[in-house]
Design a protein around this ligand. Structure first.
Ligand code: NAD
Length: 350
């Protein structure tokens, strides 16, 4: 059985990926500081395993701690080595992800995202763990890139969060170049993961005010007094609102499984891959779909455009779909239904 360490495993994408890995007979070492998640997620992951009427929960081991603490990481790798069953690979989700907050407090983002990643890869190197899947982001692309965006498009992040993601990709390039005979690395550039597990037991549960559109739509649907702000009604798009590429979080999780399998079965490499559906949806289309399938009202109002926004960010996903032989299978309707069911059942989060 392969032992995979998942940093940020209690977070939104991490928790869904833990479930996918457990369901596919991996042993999971979940590492999280819970800075943007709750320990309750662990019980929820175990409940999903139970729902499947299986004994899979026994393959989950949880380590609470911060990746900025190198000794903490080293202990996990060293103990795994001593047990005779070393860690075979790492999926690195942990990091701060709020674009606005990164503009207000850039040094915190550099400190958290870069230190954590440096600590992690230096410990991996020491313990000869050479398979890494890193959570990058579509924010690495420049505003000048026209959609659908290919992996070789111009890279020019427009905020400190995106800068940290691109910097980590560059660190991984250098690490790979240092010894290209050992490393198997994939940087997955996610577009807009939304939705939730069909059980409604896990979903997006940010600490504090959400930043992303989908949780804000859920909040507006829950509370009749809350109006969703739409930034700009005059973009050069079908209805004047911005277009993004939404992908179901369970598809993103399955993409990680496929990436792990690919890296395991192929020679050393460093890959940069878009993870999106390749389908563009405007803000108004997302609200319309959400309201229709869930039979709820979402009140909104238009405000002026936000600095740094782009009219359209949609993936060209032909590279990931051909390499991994995988395409996302859930529809926008599925994303809206699953995401709303999760929110309704967990109104106050955990
Ligand atoms: N959700 C998105 O829309 C999106 C899009 C593109 C990229 N990403 C990237 O994907 C990754 C996962 O995103 P998510 O939405 O699941 O975020 P999340 O905040 O829900 O999950 C991140 C997890 O990492 C943990 N964490 C953060 N810093 C840590 C540290 N120093 N040590 C240990 N644990 C730490 C948090 O407690 C949290 O549980 C992030 O790196 C994010 O930047 C997310």
């Amino acid at each position: 059985m392969k032992r995979i360490l998942i940093t940020g495993g209690a977070g939104f994408i991490g928790s869904h990926t833990c479930v996918s890995l457990l369901e596919n007979d991996y042993e999971v070492y979940l590492v999280d500081s819970f800075v943007n998640s709750s320990p309750i997620v662990i019980n929820r992951i175990l409940s999903i395993c139970d729902l499947n009427n299986s004994n899979l929960g026994k393959n989950l081991k949880v380590f609470k701690g911060d990746l900025k603490d190198k000794v903490f990481i080293e202990d996990i790798f060293s103990n795994a080595d001593k047990s005779g069953n070393p860690i075979n690979g790492v999926i690195h989700f942990a990091g701060l992800k709020a674009v606005n907050e990164s503009v207000l407090n850039p040094l915190r983002y550099w400190q958290e995202n870069i230190f954590s990643s440096l600590n992690l890869v230096s410990v991996m190197k020491k313990y000869n763990c050479n398979l890494l899947v890193f959570s990058s982001s579509a924010t690495v692309y420049g505003k000048e890139s026209s959609s659908p965006i290919k992996e070789n498009s111009y890279l020019n992040p427009s905020n400190p969060y995106g800068n940290t993601k691109l910097t980590i990709e560059k660190i991984l390039n250098d690490l790979y170049d240092e010894n290209s005979n050992i490393w198997k690395i994939a940087c997955l550039r996610y577009f807009n993961p939304i939705g939730a597990h069909t059980s409604s037991l896990i979903g997006e549960n940010p600490v504090g005010m959400p930043n992303n559109l989908f949780p804000l739509i859920c909040n507006a649907a829950l509370d009749n007094n809350t109006k969703l702000k739409i930034f700009g009604s005059d973009w050069d798009t079908i209805d004047g609102t911005c277009i993004r590429d939404y992908i179901h979080v369970s598809d993103v999780a399955e993409g990680h499984l496929k990436t792990l399998e690919y890296l395991n079965n192929h020679k050393t490499n460093i890959l940069k891959m878009n993870i999106g559906t390749g389908l563009g949806t405007s803000v108004l289309e997302l609200i319309e779909t959400f309201s229709r399938v869930n039979k709820v009202t979402v009140d909104y109002k238009f405000t002026s455009r936000r600095d740094g926004d782009s009219k359209e960010i949609v993936a060209d996903n032909s590279f990931s779909s051909s390499l991994l032989n995988w395409i996302p299978k859930r529809s926008l309707e599925d994303m809206c239904i699953d995401g709303w069911n999760w929110k309704k059942n967990n109104v106050n989060g955990f």
